[in-house]
Unconditional design. Structure first.
Length: 327
């Protein structure tokens, strides 16, 4: 029964709700990490930018490697990624924080961008790590990256490469249709609008060079992330509208196929997540997926009572799950 029903996590008293626990770390938590960037080419004449952070005492590819997938419109410098990298480096892990297409600071070449179920690029990154000689690989994803991570592990199923040992997904929208509903509620529209803004800016930029594939004039019709996905993301990536896109990419339907130990960590006060992202009944049936649903934490927040710059509860749970007995 891999459901963790108790949690010791308590946020700082001054961050008393999910919005504060989400926004304050995002704005004020700064975690410096020194990355070495590598650019790799994809099979469709595009590129992916990979940021590596290796421990100083390690030989080449001798340590276990953690591949980190960021959230929607994120990158390797986001506090939740950098904080995880810092803590893992301190405990002997090499880290690879990769960027989705268009998220590394330079626009990708192809008309397509990335989407919340894009596992092909993650597979390419994993192949790069294997080619570098890593024999122990863990996958960690936050938010959209958590969905990509879980979907990938489920797709691989019994055929997963033996080097991939464990996975962790934090603040993950397991069910995308109802998560879109949640983001359209009045108290979460600020996040909805922020995503729309950066995504629209990217479409306008790319439409200048690829007008036949992207029409910037369509953006005036968009009032929500769901509408953006229906008008832009879904057709651009071969889906028949937003319902088809969300249904086919929700990681919830892939959990039962996962064959390596995985932890899902979702806070119940997360302003992004719908009730369907806390499937307790399913968790009790799964063999390889542990689920932990603390009452507090917000979205990719989980701030420590020891201060904003200290390791978060999520980062500590990532480390614990990758190094200790399961649970």
């Amino acid at each position: 029964m891999p459901l963790i029903t108790s949690s010791t996590y308590r946020p700082p008293a001054y961050l008393w709700n999910g919005h504060l626990q989400t926004i304050v770390p995002s704005l004020f938590r700064q975690i410096p990490v020194r990355y070495v960037r590598q650019r790799i080419e994809t099979a469709d004449d595009d590129f992916l930018d990979l940021d590596w952070s290796k421990t100083q005492q390690a030989g080449e590819a001798k340590n276990p490697l953690v591949i980190l997938s960021h959230g929607l419109e994120g990158d390797s410098t986001r506090q939740y990624v950098a904080g995880t990298v810092r803590l893992l480096n301190q405990h002997g892990f090499d880290c690879l924080a990769w960027h989705y297409r268009s998220c590394s600071g330079e626009m990708n070449r192809q008309a397509r961008f990335y989407h919340i179920g894009e596992t092909g690029d993650l597979h390419t990154v994993i192949q790069q790590a294997l080619a570098a000689g890593y024999q122990t690989i863990h996958l960690v994803g936050y938010s959209a990256g958590g969905n990509i991570t879980l979907k990938y592990l489920g797709e691989q199923g019994q055929g997963i490469h033996s080097a991939i040992k464990r996975g962790v997904a934090v603040s993950v929208p397991l069910e995308l249709l109802t998560t879109a509903d949640r983001l359209e509620k009045w108290d979460s529209m600020v996040y909805n609008r922020r995503f729309q803004k950066t995504l629209k800016e990217k479409v306008m930029l790319k439409a200048g060079t690829l007008p036949e594939a992207l029409r910037a004039t369509d953006l005036s019709r968009i009032r929500s992330l769901r509408e953006f996905d229906d008008l832009i993301t879904a057709p651009l990536h071969g889906f028949n509208g937003v319902t088809d896109y969300y249904t086919r990419n929700s990681s919830l339907s892939f959990l039962s196929k996962i064959t390596v130990p995985v932890l899902v960590l979702n806070a119940r006060n997360d302003p992004f997540l719908s009730p369907e992202c806390f499937p307790e009944a399913l968790a009790k049936e799964l063999t390889h997926v542990w689920m932990e649903f603390p009452e507090q934490g917000g979205h990719c927040g989980f701030p420590s009572a020891n201060g904003l710059q200290a390791p978060t509860y999520a980062e500590e749970r990532v480390l614990q799950f990758l190094t200790r007995a399961i649970g």
